[in-house]
Design a protein around this ligand. Structure first.
Ligand SMILES: Cc1cc2nc3c(=O)[nH]c(=O)nc-3n(C[C@H](O)[C@H](O)[C@H](O)COP(=O)(O)OP(=O)(O)OC[C@H]3O[C@@H](n4cnc5c(N)ncnc54)[C@H](O)[C@@H]3O)c2cc1C
Length: 437
């Protein structure tokens, strides 16, 4: 058993000869693939919790009714973990971890797995508030099966969705399109308020009625019952099925007391994915909040982070370069969504109090919101002119611009735009990049 005391740990991470990857989702599969890509020929053990091979989650909501089979990563990305890892246990979740300077031991319900290093890729779990046990969730392929059966089983099913976030909005549109009677209850004053801010969120509210969905904002749900939901004010909203989609948190409960977790339960890792003070422990994907040279601490929850971060993490672990991008340089956070007949891409990380300027006119074709750096944009100076640092760009209904904006946001330095040009939809954003001061 390794010594679990972090005080005695060396500062460097020795190159391992055996690795246990915990979590058989996107980040876990990509970690296994990256280990082999970078020449690791030691032993790889992969532990999973769902009993099925790795698959992609975004289609679970977007293609709920049109894609009944999971999108397996072996087909989609060509990552076949059975062929790449030595020991694949898809139904053997980790229950405990002991991490010391010489190695790690992961405890499962069937015994212990010892290795030189561990990569934690356990993702997230949906938040279920107290009193919500009677509701459905959409996080796994098994959840999607259940929701699909319910929607197909009854014409005009009364579906109440709690939460107008990414997943709530996506399912609402798909279900209403298939004939369900859909109501979305959102506690905040606007959809996607937490993710996009209340002002931009309010610009999306009309999409619900257009898609045949009832949206109630400022509607806090107190409890979910078999017959519907009870609002905080006592009103009962009847439903045949209630889906709770109020967010997710890192699946790190089993690590409490072993590794430092932030208040959300995330593992704070450096730009390479290393857990500071624990040279044998790395974390990638939704469970990690990763240091980024431009955006600061980036919380997990981005599909693209789970896709891309394992490669630089593995390079740092194996102490190899690739010549593509230095380990730790980091790509910009990126979230995409298709909801209620619209296409969204959020590139970068808005600050909670980022001032926003619009490019184009909502309701009149493609438009974008530019989230400025609040530190350098005082309240008195929020006119859309001058040069400002743009922390994030939300692209609405312009999927062809995503690649270009991603490149702009991922240059490894803050994006400074001439706002008069950047807010003119006739000018390409690339041409609005300000000359260095
Ligand atoms: C319905 C849905 C739609 C989404 N759509 C989008 C989208 O459009 N755009 C976007 O950017 N992101 C989207 N996401 C989020 C995106 O899917 C995640 O960011 C991504 O899956 C994270 O990958 P991961 O490998 O870190 O975690 P996961 O995909 O959650 O995989 C982690 C795996 O680890 C397993 N596990 C957990 N605990 C243990 C344990 N103790 N031992 C062993 N295994 C364990 C879990 O069962 C799971 O299989 C969506 C998520 C959902 C649920």
């Amino acid at each position: 058993m390794p010594d679990p005391t972090p005080d005695a740990t060396p500062l460097t991470s020795p190159v391992p000869r055996s690795v246990v990857v915990v979590g058989a989702g996107l980040a876990g599969a990509q970690t296994v693939a990256a280990l082999r890509t970078h020449g690791f020929d030691g032993r790889i053990t992969l532990l999973g919790a769902e009993g099925v091979p790795p698959y992609d989650r975004p289609p679970l909501s977007k293609e709920l009714l049109t894609r009944p089979e999971p999108v397996w990563l072996s087909a989609d990305l060509g990552v076949d973990v059975e062929a790449l890892a030595d020991d694949v246990r898809l139904d053997e979740p980790a229950l405990g971890l002991a991490a010391g300077p010489d190695g790690v031991v992961v405890t499962t319900g069937r015994g212990e797995v010892a290795a030189d290093a561990v990569v934690l890729a356990v993702g997230s779990v949906p938040i279920v508030p107290p009193g919500f046990a009677a509701s459905s969730l959409l996080h796994t392929a098994a959840d999607a099966d259940r929701l699909r059966s319910a929607l197909r089983g009854r014409d005009g099913l009364r579906l109440v969705i709690v939460g107008a976030g990414w997943i709530g909005a996506e399912v609402a549109g798909v279900a209403a399109g298939a004939g369900a009677d859909v109501t979305v209850l959102e506690a905040a004053g606007a959809p996607l308020s937490r993710q996009l801010g209340p002002d931009v969120g309010a610009l999306l509210a009309g999409w619900y009625a257009d898609a045949g969905v009832r949206l109630s904002t400022g509607a806090a749900v107190a409890a979910v019952e078999d017959s519907g939901v009870v609002l905080a004010g006592g009103e009962h909203v009847p439903a045949d099925l209630v889906l709770t989609a109020v967010g997710a948190r890192p699946a790190s409960g089993w690590l409490a007391g072993t590794l430092p977790l932030d208040p959300r339960g995330a593992l704070l890792v450096d730009g390479d994915g290393r857990v500071p003070g624990h040279p044998r422990v790395w974390a990638v994907g939704d469970v990690a909040s990763r240091a980024h040279p431009v955006f600061g601490t980036v919380p997990g929850g981005h599909w693209s982070a789970a896709l891309h971060d394992p490669d630089p993490t593995v390079r740092a672990m194996l102490d190899v370069g690739s010549g593509v991008e230095p380990a730790g340089a980091g790509h910009a956070p990126y979230v995409f969504s298709q909801q209620l007949g619209h296409d969204l891409a959020l590139l970068g990380l808005p600050a909670p109090d980022s001032p926003v300027v619009l490019r184009g006119t909502p309701g009149d074709g493609p438009w974008a919101a530019l989230y400025l750096d609040p530190a350098e944009t005082p309240e008195a100076d929020r006119a859309p002119d001058g040069v400002a640092t743009v922390r994030a760009v939300l692209l609405v209904d312009s999927p062809r611009d995503v690649g270009g904006v991603r490149r702009l946001m991922s240059r490894g330095e803050p994006l400074r735009l001439d706002l008069a040009r950047a807010t003119d939809p006739a000018v390409r954003l690339k041409s609005a990049v300000a000359d260095p001061a």
